[in-house]
Design a protein around this ligand. Structure first.
Ligand code: GDP
Ligand code: IMO
Ligand code: MG
Length: 439
């Protein structure tokens, strides 16, 4: 036998899918996770926390999920909160209670012991830091996300597995509170956090409820993959809120990009074969930060009202803007997108001619790709191409052929600009309101 024949033989395996936001969040990831999840056995959240708000609308009933993965409405799916997630136990329990009260089985939910806990002082410090920044605030969700990830990085975080060892939990808490209470008192003039009260809530109230769900999620994900099951990794936030690749510092504190699934769930990149990028047919952003195609005035207001562009949890008004193909091309690179799911196409109907940003102008220079230097991005103005709009209501369309030709032209233009096939299109919030656009 030739000595090289077996060296690079590949094992047979079912590849995993990642679903990721391609803009600044709220693209409709929840809806499309729910849709794609139907064919999956496991749905894994790999980063973020309850800063996320993912909406699924089934038979007119709306579910706004913060932590529980968006596959939870199917009985056959194991839902997983991976090691990369930060968990506020109180919020998680409330969400599980809500879902159980509506008849959904939460026994399939697994929580990584390596996930970090959000503690009350994280939320307080998030709020206080934002207040101190004044007009320079980031516009965070004030959920304690940044402070919790900061503690993870400086290695003073408490993890879900610490709930299972009360002695260790208390030791770590007492240690970290020395520093936190000093900051709360000396920097912010606030009362200290009460270790006894925190220990009571986390160990006596939250632990008994969460213990049955705490598991070796890395093991579970690999067992699923090895036995040929389909696994979907559900991103929260989005590409341009990514700590490394987003519009820093106006970003979240985790890595929503597809590569984050490897870190936040414990898999290697070879498992990922399909990366679905979810993007709105326009763009929104909530919180501060640059936004080249932002729309002000009546047209922006119309999109916000028609698209109900208000935060799922924080209820904040989202800033609207035209579709930005420069951003999307960058999102293709950062995530290795294999396909796009375009949402909220129905909202563009009746708006008149539509603009798509095809490049940026920076002091007379045409940029086809996103500039790496933030100061340059701040000075970029969009170069638009105008496309005809449509007046028809497309919210009942189920086939590509039912769409007006101007609507198809719009999608085909986006596809050509971005260079990745559009496979799914959302035409309304409901579970059934979508079109298989390309095979
Ligand atoms: P996520 O954070 O990416 O899951 O998105 P959100 O749930 O925060 O925001 C998306 C909003 O758009 C939700 O209210 C969805 O119900 C809604 N939505 C999703 N897809 C569509 C669509 O194709 N058309 C319309 N009109 N609404 C949609
Ligand atoms: P989903 O998963 C939209 C934004 C906040 C703020 C910045 C930092 O629903 O798309 P953080 O609280 O994370 O420290 O805030 O990130 N942000 C989101 N914007 N959708 C989200 O989640 C977001 N999660 C965080 O508004 O600008
Ligand atoms: Mg959202």
């Amino acid at each position: 036998m030739c000595r090289h024949t077996r060296l690079f033989e590949r094992e047979t395996r079912v590849p995993a899918t990642v679903l990721v936001g391609t803009q600044w969040g709220d693209e409709g990831k929840g809806k499309f996770t729910d849709l794609v999840a139907k064919e999956m056995s496991m749905v894994v959240r790999y980063q973020g926390g309850h800063n996320a708000g993912h909406t699924i609308v089934v038979d007119g009933e709306s579910f706004g999920l913060q932590l529980v993965p968006s596959g939870c409405l199917y009985d056959h799916i194991t839902t997983v909160l991976g090691n990369g997630v930060v968990v506020d136990p109180k919020v998680l329990i409330a969400e599980m209670d809500m879902l159980e009260s509506k008849g959904f089985d939460m026994s399939h939910l697994k929580l990584s012991g390596n996930a970090h806990l959000i503690l009350p002082y994280h939320q307080e410090l998030d709020m206080l830091t934002e207040r101190r920044l004044g007009r320079n605030k980031l516009g965070t969700t004030k959920r304690g996300i940044g402070p919790a990830y900061a503690d993870k990085s400086t290695r003073v975080g408490l993890r879900v597995q610490d709930l299972l060892d009360p002695k260790i939990f208390r030791e770590k808490l007492d240690q970290v509170l020395k520093e936190k209470n000093s900051v709360l008192a000396k920097v912010f003039n606030r009362l200290p956090a009460d270790a006894d009260a925190i220990a009571h809530d986390y160990l006596e109230v939250y632990r008994p409820r969460l213990e049955p769900h705490i598991a070796d999620t890395v093991g579970l994900v690999h067992e699923a993959l090895e036995s040929g099951q389909h696994v979907l990794f559900e991103g929260a936030q989005a590409t341009f809120l990514d700590l490394d690749h987003g519009t820093y510092p106006f970003v979240t504190s985790s890595n929503p990009v597809a590569g984050g699934a490897c870190i936040g769930a414990g898999i290697g990149p070879r498992h990922i074969d399909r990366v679905i990028g979810v993007g709105k047919a326009y763009v929104t952003r909530v919180g501060s930060g640059p936004f080249p195609t932002e729309l002000f005035g009546d047209l922006g207001d119309t999109i916000v009202e028609k698209g109900r562009e208000y935060g799922v949890n924080t209820k904040r008004r989202r800033r609207p803007g035209w579709f930005d193909a420069v951003m999307m091309r960058h999102a293709v690179r950062l995530n290795s997108l294999s396909e796009l799911a375009i949402t909220k196409l129905d909202i563009l109907g009746g708006l008149g001619p539509l603009q798509v940003c095809v490049a940026y102008d920076h002091q007379g220079e045409r940029l086809e790709q996103m500039p790496y230097h933030q100061s340059v991005l701040h000075k970029c103005t969009p170069i638009y191409e105008e496309l005809p709009g449509w007046d028809d209501d497309i919210s009942g369309s189920t086939e590509r052929s039912q769409l007006p030709s101007a609507t198809r032209d719009y999608l085909d233009f986006l596809e050509a600009q971005v260079g990745v096939p559009i496979r799914l299109v959302g035409v309304g919030p409901g579970r059934e309101q979508f079109i298989h656009y390309a095979a």
